[in-house]
Design a protein around this ligand. Structure first.
Ligand code: ADP
Length: 774
């Protein structure tokens, strides 16, 4: 509670780059706080002045002793100053001061000049009694003199060095017997010395060390108020913090890795197999300049969480770098330090965060990098990901090379289509397709439900979700390739149940511990009671709950509302001119209802649904093929003419009009849809199709068959027409899905049409019905 009263003489400061003020004060005297009157906005207190200097001059009983002490102190002080180089003006001035100043002011002044720690200085300030102050300062003085003697002995010839030992700054102001000193500056000076020490002891590369030492030299000469001071200091601090040589030890054991991967993730066999291969090679060869793995698949299929598991199996730190929407190459490679607000890129920042040089970096959403005027971030990533180059990755901010070769990079993407080819070339793509319903049920029961229960503080004794209910959620409330929406729906159910459980606790708990969420034992008490009662009719959540709360279809409807998706697709196919196509999107496969209508007109074709050029061409191709084959199939327009476009306009629409679509695979669907329109026959309601067409009526293979088949399966379709040359892709599809479906492998459009219409499409007299080959 002792402080120093001071007079503010000058305030200098700036707000940029960060608020920084220098306060010049003249110390007046010590004071003691008697009573704190107010704390805010700044403290106001009643104080008492402490070091009344008359105490020394008044003839008190300890005067003699004090006189002795002060004499002794004066002698030491003179001895110290005389050891210094008197030719320096500041030293000469100090010598004169020693004679001119009153003796009682000496301890305070000398303590501020000699090398002492902040702690010691504070102790001197705290020493109110002069005698005590003299006694405390003398040992410090002696220490300084001894230190100086030692130095002089070891470095005799270099007299100049002594100046540095006693930190006398020429610009220090001395007025009225007290020294005004910027404590903070002193501290900062100490910090800079510490920083230098850290730089010297850190294990940075030689090149980096050279740069750092140069910078710290500059920093020492720079006034603190200069904006560059803060920049340089930040830079040096970053350099010290970077893990130049610090790494975690890999604990890699393939058997354990397999167990971790299996425990964390259900299914994904292909992915796990490849990851294990990768890890096995790493185990055999330590510094693998291996490929960068890139997991490509729809959202919510576990790409990110596999990355996390890999880090876990290796015992490495994990860091995720979200690249979605990054459009500035400085985001990757940092800004040059000349720019205002410059900072390192995400790679270097990530390394600083994890603190080791061999983490697992997950580059999330590499397909969503954008280009802008600020350069192409994908190009900057090339250097990061190239094993041949990344041992000397140079961030613009650091401006020295950092070795990234120990970092394990894993990338994720929804599609490879938008990844720049050069970047794709450096990565090994592993497709992660969507899940089947059965896999989703297993994932839900093994992973998602336990996780949600834990997050909501529920136990299996309080809630039961049978498998049929999970299937209901999957088919009626979600339509996705991954499991993220499913996870959310399960979360919603848990929340609803948590309310009921908490309400039940509230009602039954005794008044003194009726707090919801507290009272673990009272929860147990209810559970036990409830178990003893019958568990019948637990579905209606409006009634007080009886544990465990069983989630059945009624409960589902109560919690999640009416089903969002209908399994029944047949009513959409109850008029001619509609067919179901299969589309691949970055979000997984989807079924797509293609609609066509005709009207009087002059042969125009209208296409709606935001189609790309390829899709528009497919539509033209389809019409041309049908026109050229109209006679063969007995297709006529409204006026009975075989020229289908005679006085007729055609409108083709692809739903989900807000989403841009492109690609050749809708060809067969357009043909089927138009064939249905012109023949007036209905397309079978359980058939979906995909395939590219040519003008001669051949069906060419397309991509994404697995996702498309899963989408059709999800939608409850039974028969799928795919190009013959895609037969090999069927092997990747799980057996139980294949068993549920009939595949028609079509080599030409006749086969497609025959399979799409009940009883075949070809005019019987001319062509035989071609059966499917499966
Ligand atoms: P992505 O990165 O592919 O978009 P995430 O990795 O974020 O998806 O996964 C979303 C959620 O689904 C995570 O909570 C994850 O644990 C879970 N999940 C996905 N696939 C599986 C699986 N096969 N087994 C267990 N959990 C899974």
């Amino acid at each position: 509670r002792i402080g120093t009263a001071a007079l503010a003489v000058q305030v200098v400061g700036s707000n940029w780059p960060k608020p920084h003020y220098t306060l010049l004060v003249t110390g007046l005297c010590r004071f003691q706080i008697l009573q704190l009157l107010k704390e805010k906005p700044y403290p106001i207190a009643e104080v008492e002045q402490l070091d009344r200097l008359e105490q020394f001059t008044n003839g008190s009983k300890s005067e003699e002793e004090l006189g002795e002490l002060s004499e002794q102190f004066y002698k030491y002080a003179v001895q110290l100053v005389e050891m210094l180089d008197m030719s320096v003006p500041a030293v000469a001035k100090l010598r004169r001061l020693l004679d001119n100043l009153p003796r009682e002011a000496l301890p305070d002044i000398v303590t501020s000049i000699i090398r002492t720690t902040n702690q010691e200085k504070l102790q001197i300030l705290d020493a109110v009694r002069l005698e005590e102050r003299f006694k405390m300062t003398i040992p410090l003085l002696v220490r300084q003199i001894e230190g100086l003697k030692l130095l002089q002995k070891t470095r005799k010839p270099k007299q100049d060095d002594d100046k540095r030992v006693v930190a006398i700054r020429p610009n220090r102001r001395i007025s009225h017997g007290n020294i005004t000193e910027d404590e903070e500056e002193e501290e900062d000076h100490d910090d800079v010395v510490m920083l230098e020490k850290k730089i010297r002891t850190s294990s940075m590369s030689e090149q980096a060390l050279k740069v750092c030492l140069k910078e710290i030299k500059r920093l020492k000469k720079m006034p603190q108020s200069m904006p560059e001071y803060a920049l340089t200091r930040n830079y040096l601090e970053l350099m010290v913090e970077l893990p130049w040589n610090k790494s975690t030890k890999d604990r890699l054991e393939i058997r354990a890795a397999r167990i971790v991967l299996d425990n964390d993730h259900y299914a994904m066999e292909k992915l796990k197999k490849r990851v294990l291969e990768y890890l096995a090679v790493r185990q055999l060869k330590n510094n693998l300049k291996g490929p960068i793995l890139c997991f490509v698949g729809p959202p919510g299929v576990g790409k990110t969480s596999v990355g996390r598991s890999i880090a876990k199996t290796l015992g490495r730190e994990f860091h995720r770098i979200a690249l979605g929407g990054v459009c500035d190459q400085s985001d990757i490679r940092g800004h040059r330090r000349t720019y205002v607000g410059s900072m390192p890129g995400r790679i270097i920042n990530g390394l600083k965060t994890v603190g080791v040089n061999n983490p697992v970096f997950l580059l999330d959403e590499v397909d969503k990098l954008a280009k802008s005027l600020q350069g192409d971030p994908a190009a900057a990533l090339l250097e990061v990901l190239d094993p041949e180059q990344n041992h000397s990755f140079t961030d613009h901010y650091l401006n020295v090379a950092f070795d990234l070769s120990q970092v394990l990079f894993i990338a994720t993407a929804n599609t490879t289509a938008t990844i720049p080819p050069a970047l794709l070339d450096r990565m090994e793509v592993i497709q992660v397709p969507g899940y089947t319903q059965e896999e989703k049920i297993e994932i839900a029961h093994r992973h998602l439900i336990p996780k949600q229960l834990e997050q909501h503080g529920l136990t299996p004794q309080q809630i039961q979700i049978p498998q049929v209910t999970t299937l209901g959620i999957i088919t009626r409330y979600t339509r996705e390739a991954g499991v993220r929406a499913l996870d959310r729906k399960l979360g919603a159910i848990c929340r609803a149940v948590a309310v009921k459980v908490a309400e039940g606790q509230h009602k039954e708990a005794k008044p003194d511990r009726a707090e919801v969420g507290e009272g673990e034992d009272c929860k147990e008490h209810i559970t036990e009671d409830a178990k003893a009662e019958s568990i019948s009719d637990t579905a209606d959540l409006a009634l007080p709950p009886e544990m465990p709360i069983l989630i059945d279809f009624h409960a589902l409807k109560d919690i999640l509302g009416p089903p969002m998706y209908d399994m029944e697709v047949s009513e959409r196919l109850n008029q001619p001119g509609v067919a179901i196509g299969l589309a691949w999107t970055p979000l997984g496969g989807e079924i797509m209802f293609v609609e066509a209508s005709r009207m009087d007109g002059d042969g125009q074709l209208t296409l709606t649904g935001q189609l790309g050029d390829v899709m528009k061409e497919s539509a033209h191709l389809a019409i041309s093929w049908l026109r050229s084959n109209a006679k063969r199939f007995q297709l006529t327009n409204a006026s009975g003419s075989f020229d289908l476009l005679d006085n007729t306009d055609i409108h083709l629409h692809f739903p989900a009009g807000a989403v841009t679509k492109d690609g050749p695979s809708a060809g067969v669907t357009i043909v089927t849809c138009l064939a249905s329109l012109f023949s007036g026959r209905l397309v079978c309601s359980d058939v979906a199709m995909t395939g590219e067409i040519t003008l001669r009526g051949l069906v060419l293979p397309v991509g994404g068959i697995k996702d498309k088949v899963l989408a059709a399966h999800r939608a409850g379709l039974k028969r799928i027409i795919i190009p013959q040359r895609n037969e090999k892709d069927l092997e990747e599809i799980a057996v139980h899905v294949r068993q549920d479906l009939t595949f028609v492998l079509a080599g030409c459009l006749d086969e497609v049409l025959n399979a799409a219409f009940d009883g075949g499409f070809a005019v019987k007299a001319r062509r035989e019905h071609l059966n499917s080959k499966l």
